[in-house]
Design a binder for this molecule. Structure first.
Ligand SMILES: [Zn+2]
Length: 71
């Protein structure tokens, strides 16, 4: 039996791309199929369905908060 390397539980300090549980649906099309751009220096939440995107922020958490406040 081989052990899986790097098999650690998800940490709160590691932002995941999909945080649909804490994100409100898109204010434009009401879709909850959202994603968070965390590759760039500025983070933002975007809707996969209608391509709308929320306010940019320096952190994923802040971008999520701003997205939620917007709707
Ligand atoms: Zn949308």
């Amino acid at each position: 039996m081989a052990r899986t390397v790097g098999d650690k539980p998800p940490s709160e300090s590691t932002p995941t791309i999909l945080l649909s549980g804490s994100l409100r649906p898109c204010p434009f099309c009401a879709s909850s199929d959202l994603w968070i751009s965390s590759d760039l220096e500025t983070k933002f939440v975007a809707c996969k369905k209608c391509a709308a995107f929320g306010p940019t922020a320096p952190t994923v958490t802040l971008a999520t908060e701003r997205w939620n406040k917007r709707s």
